[in-house]
Design a protein around this ligand. Structure first.
Ligand code: KG4
Ligand code: ZN
Length: 339
């Protein structure tokens, strides 16, 4: 079945997405409908609003993905449906999972439950099929900051993680405090480009210790600095915060690379769209003589193509799931842990 096609569905947070991905990981279509505008005025994702919005756009998004791939609801030409079953918001996950189950029943094809984080780990492979292993993936999103050794598809070891806030969470909280709205990451990224990264003296926590990171102290230090001095330029706040966050992420990522003798550093997750993180990661990899896989911005943030890629792997490894499979809002990806 070399020409097989998976329809993938993603609805774990605030993007409703569908994609068609072939067995050899060609993306025939990838449609993403963002809810950012709906949540903006609340300063963050409101779970009830997210669930309802997924419900409204799920069908047109799936239909658009099929049509862009040259198929349709009645002539789907699809061999399996992959869907994010966790982690994420329960109400949002259930919309995608129920849609996927209904399509499996209607079309008589198997269901594959995919872990959202495994999707992010597969995203780089869609654009860089020749990623050399072992790789270290720095997974940085609104809910995660993890350094993961990837020995090959499906073989993961957790090397380090945040002990408190995720990097994206720190970006969003700092942005909200200084009135930049939601999501804060892109706004800080833009503003930082015109600011002085040395304007505020900010901590680089746990730099000397292992591979874990901490962002809650950095976030509090920015808030204290802003409270102390209301004359600070927004651009300088953004640039200083970003410099501190990126210093820590890149230093730890390169320490992880050294530890496992990685051939590639891969970035994944929404914060991997950050221009300064991308620039500094590339620079550090060039210096170390290893490859740096930087997925396109669309592949860093939530999408269904990455769920399709992980879905093919799960289908080959574990076979299809029973249609009774449930959503798991705190589903932990199975990984070895560095001891
Ligand atoms: O992976 P993602 O789309 O959703 C999950 O959290 O799973 O990541 C969203 C996060 C948000 O915290 C957002 O502020 C952050 O990624 N983000 C960025 C940038 N673009 C998105 N953070 C820093 N710089 C960016 N350019
Ligand atoms: Zn995500």
């Amino acid at each position: 079945m070399t020409t097989g096609k998976i329809l993938a569905i993603e609805s774990s947070c605030d993007e409703t997405a569908a994609a068609v991905v072939t067995r050899d990981l060609r993306v025939l279509s990838s449609v993403v409908s963002s809810q950012i505008a709906l949540h903006e005025s609340f300063g963050g994702v409101v779970p009830e609003i997210a669930g309802r919005a997924h419900l409204e756009v799920m069908e047109p998004v799936v239909e658009a993905a099929l049509v862009q791939a040259g198929a349709s609801m009645t002539q789907p030409d699809i061999d399996a449906v992959a869907v994010t079953a966790g982690p994420g918001l329960i109400g949002s996950l259930l919309v995608g999972l129920s849609a996927a189950k209904a399509l499996c029943l209607a079309w008589g094809v198997p269901l594959i439950a995919v872990n959202h984080m495994e999707g992010h780990l597969f995203a780089a492979q869609l654009e860089n099929p020749n990623v050399a292993f072992p790789a270290v993936t720095l997974l940085v999103s609104g809910g995660h900051t993890e350094f993961i050794e990837v020995r090959g598809p499906g073989h993961y070891r957790l090397l380090g993680a945040t002990i408190d806030d995720a990097a994206g969470e720190a970006y969003d909280k700092v942005a909200r405090y200084v009135g930049l709205g939601y999501p804060g990451g892109p706004a800080i990224d833009r503003l930082a480009q015109g600011g002085n990264p040395k304007a505020l003296k900010l901590p680089r926590a746990m730099m000397g210790d292992g591979l874990d990171v901490s962002f809650s102290g950095l976030k509090s230090a920015v808030i204290r600095a802003v409270d102390r001095d209301d004359q600070l330029e927004l651009a300088d706040i953004a640039a200083s915060f970003q410099a501190a966050a990126v210093d820590v992420l890149v230093a730890k990522a390169m320490r992880a690379v050294d530890l496992v003798d990685a051939k590639t550093l891969v970035l994944g997750g929404g914060v991997a769209a950050n221009s300064e993180l991308r620039r500094r990661a590339q620079e550090a990899c060039d210096e170390a003589g290893i490859a740096c896989a930087l997925p396109s911005l669309a592949m860093c943030t939530d999408n269904a193509a990455m769920i399709g890629a992980a879905g093919w792997h799960r289908l080959a490894e574990n076979g299809p799931n029973d249609l009774k499979v449930g959503a798991d809002p705190s589903w932990q990806l199975e990984m070895e842990v560095l001891t």
